[in-house]
Design a protein around this ligand. Sequence first.
Ligand SMILES: Cc1cc2nc3c(=O)[nH]c(=O)nc-3n(C[C@H](O)[C@H](O)[C@H](O)COP(=O)(O)OP(=O)(O)OC[C@H]3O[C@@H](n4cnc5c(N)ncnc54)[C@H](O)[C@@H]3O)c2cc1C
Ligand SMILES: NC(=O)c1ccc[n+]([C@@H]2O[C@H](COP(=O)([O-])OP(=O)(O)OC[C@H]3O[C@@H](n4cnc5c(N)ncnc54)[C@H](O)[C@@H]3O)[C@@H](O)[C@H]2O)c1
Length: 445
Amino acid sequence: MENFDVFIFGTGTAGQLVAKECAATGKKVGIIDIREYGGVCSQRGCDPKKLLLASSEAFELSKNMKTDGIAGALKINWRDAFNYARRYTNDIPQNTEKDLKKKGIKCYHGEASFKDSHTIILDGEEIRADHFVIATGMQPLSLGIPGEKYALTSGEFFNLKDVPEKVIFVGGGYIGMEFGHMLCRAGSKVTIIDKGDQILSPFEAFTSNLLEEESIKMGINIIKNAQVSSIEKIDNRYCVYYAIDDQIHQVTTDCVFNTAGRVPSIDKLNLALANVVTNQDGILVNSKLQSTSQAHIYACGDISSKSLPLTPLSSIEAKVVADNLNGKNRDLEIPSIPSSVFTIPQCSGIGLTENQAVAENKSFHTIEKDTSGWFNNKRINSPLYGYKIIIENETHKILGAHIVGPEAAEQINMFAIAMKADMSFENLKNVIFNYPTWGNDIKSF
Ligand SMILES: Cc1cc2nc3c(=O)[nH]c(=O)nc-3n(C[C@H](O)[C@H](O)[C@H](O)COP(=O)(O)OP(=O)(O)OC[C@H]3O[C@@H](n4cnc5c(N)ncnc54)[C@H](O)[C@@H]3O)c2cc1C
Ligand SMILES: NC(=O)c1ccc[n+]([C@@H]2O[C@H](COP(=O)([O-])OP(=O)(O)OC[C@H]3O[C@@H](n4cnc5c(N)ncnc54)[C@H](O)[C@@H]3O)[C@@H](O)[C@H]2O)c1
């Protein structure tokens, strides 16, 4: 029986980091993945998405500058954009595995599951470890409706070689909005159906509503407060049925995506046999990221109950787990987390929304403005730019910052620094920034 100091499930951002840091201190490390190596971010998430988005960005800028310096009709060639993204991502699995092996880590493939809290079984063989790390991430939630099998997943979006004439996204969260914007610019007639009354519900309503209005102007059909009840295949097309106030409606489409959220990937691990406790957020962990029921089993990244499912959080958590396994006795401390939806324009936020500040009984005031007419936005003929900042009355500290605009994802990083450094809003505005830049606009917020 193979025996390890540390055995890791999952080769994404979190799993790889723990494996490398533990191997670097001389531990005997094993790692396994049920799919190709590399995880969601590099294969089916952040990176291929941003690569595909590059042509949408180029398209948008040239479309907006059409009568102001750019001549000729532009078109996104989806197949070229797809091949471009693939060129970057294709080699990552084998390079990741090569790199892990070079560092002395034993690499496995397949579906392993726990036999007891120190033993797993893979293809009938037992593997034992002193410590386990579960970093298996998340997977699309099941819609639980007839015809669900016809809905494609976000991973399958990255196999889409041609632009569908019509496409429906069930769910107007991060993924539905990002993919919807891309396909709309590439020529699809996009419909987004969401069960809630606000798309991008974790984001501030002011910025999310502005983005929704702009998305509708672009031609995206957004249907809210709608419960999708079934999907039917008719010849080569799909009919999606949904209810609003008990009234059944239907839309026909060439392609449907399930973008209704993601759930922890724990179903294949047999965690009950290892006495590892879970809930709907993932594996229950303490501040050291140990399972609350089995201290020698850690969880990090999307799968841990502590984390928002974002790449930077997966790295932070993995580092805490690696440090603890290497004897450093660390607790997870999470600062305010910036997050962005990579639509065009982008929608970004950090800290509290206004509703959350009210719920937390904060004494605060807000400033908000539609700044679409400001110079930076006008310069590129972008249609939308706006912000809302939540400021604590007594300390003038930033409780939350929310921006929608072409460079909102970069601007929000400035707020991340200010909030980490406990700066007041005035002090952030007193910083001298380059002119004329998007960062410098913050001085006028
Ligand atoms: C479409 C999309 C776009 C995204 N864009 C962004 C973005 O722009 N910015 C951002 O911060 N975040 C983004 N995210 C989220 C980000 O990808 C995740 O937070 C991050 O990848 C999580 O890393 P992880 O290591 O925890 O898990 P993962 O990267 O999911 O890795 C988990 C690994 O475990 C494997 N696995 C699963 N089950 C088992 C099992 N039973 N046994 C063995 N292995 C298993 C999986 O195959 C996978 O390789 C996006 C996500 C999606 C889906
Ligand atoms: N740019 C980024 O950082 C980025 C991009 C993509 C994904 N992610 C991460 O991945 C996670 C998952 O993204 P996601 O877009 O799948 O989920 P999400 O939670 O962001 O959005 C899901 C949406 O689907 C709706 N919904 C749920 N069930 C539904 C149903 N049955 N019918 C209609 N609508 C339904 C919800 O109301 C919600 O608006 C995000 O929370 C985020 O952390 C991040």
